[in-house]
Design a protein around this ligand. Structure first.
Ligand code: C5P
Length: 400
């Protein structure tokens, strides 16, 4: 089943240059099963034509409050009642101001007043207009009244400025619509997740690390937040943006990650150790950059064991969270995973075979098998986002 199957979305377009992306947005929403009806302001029609929006949505476009023909087919009050979600994208400073003032001086603003569906606002404007105190206060007003504020993004703007005010990309808006309709099965749950590699310094400029990209841990954090959980992400050094609605704690070494995890664990209901923690660190970190030594071709670095973060968490005697580990194996996946489950006293282990090319480390896809004391579940090749959701659904079942 498509993620937006049967969902009725009204796309309200106001007059900003990002309106040109609305055809794409509508297509992507429809592809995922949504029915989309479009309402446009007069200024929006300067940026994208009603004919285009009618063609991509498959429905006539509502443009004017005082159009007898449009009102006769489906009046604006009827469309307001029809909607499961109203998405205002792009929402200009002017539209936001008029909504904050409760005005109904055109079809779109009247429609917003008349609907009891959730309204998501995707601001899009020049960065100076966005940071203007009037706009900021108007957005705060809409947020306080329960409207969802999606974006804006930062970056280069059509006018040449750089800053916050870009409309979110169509696919980001589609994802937000999908997560809006998702049942919030983890509402009220607090989840801490470790992700990424650790860096173990050997001198001020060098370290030992591994190939973990952090993608699986970040996908778990993203999906957990979308399922309604309160998420703390303890991340090693990675090159990934923080998912929306996730609190992020950055660390470098295994010892730092251990400290952060121990501090956080008892505050959370669920702890997921997804990080690829270095097993060993240099026994002594050189104070100055190490120099090549003349007369020898060898360098010996003595290593000592790092603390096992997840085993520490799983052994907590008070306020112990439900503890989930990961096992990346190159052979005998089930046997090694089961061994880790019992040895580290975990409640659940997610195992994957990293000897297979194209999955696991650094890739966007993975294959995962879950094992727990009296059950197992296998998930075949899928995106890390999909698998993250599957894993979280299983965790939810096991923690009921
Ligand atoms: O023993 P191994 O590293 O294969 O176990 C993997 C699991 O243990 C992962 O969940 C990883 O995050 C966790 N781990 C840890 N602290 C370590 C080593 C691994 O939390 N020092």
């Amino acid at each position: 089943m498509q993620p937006l199957e049967g969902k009725k979305i009204v796309l309200g377009i106001s007059g900003g240059i990002a309106a040109y992306k609305c055809a794409e947005l509508t297509r992507r929403l429809s592809e995922r099963g949504a029915q989309v009806k479009v309402v446009m302001t007069r200024a929006a029609k300067e940026f994208i034509t009603p004919l285009t929006m009618q063609a991509v949505s498959g429905h006539p476009v509502a443009e004017s409050l005082l159009d007898p023909a449009a009102e006769a087919s489906m009046g604006h009050i009827e469309i307001a009642k029809w909607a499961d979600l109203v998405l205002l994208a792009p929402a200009t400073a002017d539209l936001i101001a008029r909504m904050a003032a409760g005005m109904g001086n055109d079809l779109l603003s009247t429609f917003v007043l008349a609907t009891d569906a959730p309204v998501a606002v995707s601001p899009a404007m020049n960065q100076q207009m966005y940071s203007n105190i009037a706009t900021q206060e108007n957005i705060a007003t809409l947020r306080r009244r329960g409207m969802l504020i999606w974006g804006p993004a930062s970056g280069e703007q059509a006018c040449g400025d750089i800053g916050a005010g870009r409309m979110l990309e169509p696919m980001q808006l589609v994802d937000l619509c999908i997560s809006h309709f998702q049942p919030k099965i983890l509402q009220g749950k607090k989840i801490a997740i470790t992700a990424g590699p650790t860096q173990e310094a050997i001198d001020p400029v060098r370290f030992i690390s591994n190939h973990s990209s952090g993608k699986m841990g970040f996908a778990l954090a993203d999906q957990a937040a979308k399922l309604g959980a309160e998420v703390t992400l303890i991340s090693g050094p990675v090159n990934l943006p923080t998912p929306s609605n996730v609190k992020r704690i950055d660390v470098l070494s295994a010892q730092q990650m251990h400290q952060a995890a121990v501090e956080q664990a008892t505050e959370h209901d669920i702890f997921i150790g997804c990080a690829a923690v270095a097993d060993y660190r240099a026994a002594e970190v050189a104070e100055q950059k190490m120099k090549k030594v003349a007369g020898t071709d060898e360098l010996v670095i003595r290593m000592v064991k790092n603390p096992d973060i997840i085993a520490t968490v799983a052994s907590l005697s008070e306020n112990r969270p439900f503890t989930v580990g990961f096992a990346a194996e190159t052979q005998d996946v089930e046997r090694y995973a089961m061994d880790k489950l019992t040895r580290k006293k975990l409640d659940l282990i997610c195992a994957n075979d990293v000897s297979q090319t194209g999955i696991g480390f650094n890739s966007n896809d993975n294959v995962v098998s879950l094992y727990w004391a009296n059950g197992q579940q296998h998930f075949s090749l899928a995106s890390k986002q999909t698998l993250a959701k599957n894993i979280l659904e299983q965790i939810n079942e096991l923690t009921q």
